[in-house]
Ligand binder design. Structure first.
Ligand SMILES: Cc1cc2nc3c(=O)[nH]c(=O)nc-3n(C[C@H](O)[C@H](O)[C@H](O)COP(=O)(O)O)c2cc1C
Length: 265
């Protein structure tokens, strides 16, 4: 997975923009990135040399920006799929977050769907009342796959300074603190739509990843754990292989959704 890519480079937010919390972290990086053109020119050639699929994470402040980035990545060699980060303010609609509104989410998904032939993943925001509604909207808009969840909005206050710790006041909470919330959302979305799911939120060990698989995800992503160990994702993968071998489970696919009470044990 790449860092979120936008039409033009972005500097991101001023520091402090990361703070450790109990069992997690708050970040307000502000979608810093080199821009889609520099990504295709400078980074993609090197990524093509690795034996792995490259999925590009994409965002914009307007529908036209999402379309522009999707079109450019569609033409580039070595991108396996596009994931839309819809946790970005819609500047045309007064700063409302695209992914927190089912109507806006369906529209942005449909516009992006028309801009690329690549598999389209829509990454759901957890900052909604009922995630099944936005899940259905993304599928109605043409998403092939859903990924979930992005970070939960939160804040931390420095009691000595009596000021918010983060310069931008609030940030996105990630890490083990959010895992039970994210597993529950994966479980709910699994009952609401038929497309494959990619689960994430606080995965550090194989058992954490398996919670999402048993809840109905076909794959997982690992984010914050890489701040603890730069090879955090590889560790999860190796542990998973051992876990499956120890129990004579041939493929992870056998386990997808099998945590449901009605599934065969
Ligand atoms: C420092 C940091 C930067 C992130 N940047 C992005 C991003 O560019 N695009 C995106 O869709 N999600 C981004 N996320 C969210 C993660 O991809 C993930 O959804 C979330 O952190 C939950 O997973 P985790 O607990 O394994 O980190 C970021 C998270 C962190 C901690």
């Amino acid at each position: 997975m790449t860092k979120g890519l936008s039409p033009r480079p972005r500097e991101g937010n001023p520091p402090p923009r990361i703070v450790e919390t109990p069992a997690g972290m708050l970040n307000t990086i502000g979608l810093q990135n080199v821009g889609v053109d520099a990504f295709i020119r400078d980074k993609l050639p090197r990524l093509r040399g690795y034996d792995t699929l490259v999925i590009a994470n994409v965002f914009g402040e307007t529908e036209a920006e999402y379309v522009e980035v999707c079109r450019k990545l569609d033409q580039a060699e070595g991108v396996a799929a596009i994931e839309l980060n819809v946790s970005c303010p819609n500047t045309e609609q007064g700063g409302m977050i695209f992914g927190n509104d089912a109507t806006a989410l369906e529209a942005i998904t449909a516009a992006s769907r028309k801009a690329t032939r690549l598999p389209l993943i829509v990454k759901l925001s957890p900052n909604v009342t009922d995630i099944r509604e936005t899940a259905r909207a993304a599928v109605d808009g043409g998403a092939d796959i859903l990924s979930l969840v992005n970070t939960f909005v939160g804040m931390a206050i420095d009691v000595e300074r009596r000021r918010p710790v983060l310069k931008k006041v609030c940030g996105g909470l990630s890490g083990p603190a959010i895992r039970p919330l994210a597993v529950w959302m994966t479980w709910q979305v699994r009952q609401a739509v038929d497309v494959p799911l990619i689960g994430m939120g606080g995965i550090v060990t194989a058992a954490d990843a398996l919670e999402f698989i048993l809840a109905g995800a076909s794959a997982v992503q690992v984010g914050t754990a890489n701040f603890i160990h730069p090879d955090g994702s590889i560790r999860v993968l190796r542990e998973l292989e051992d876990w499956l071998a120890d129990r004579s489970v041939e493929t992870l696919a056998e386990l997808i959704g099998s945590g449901h009470p009605k599934a065969p044990a």
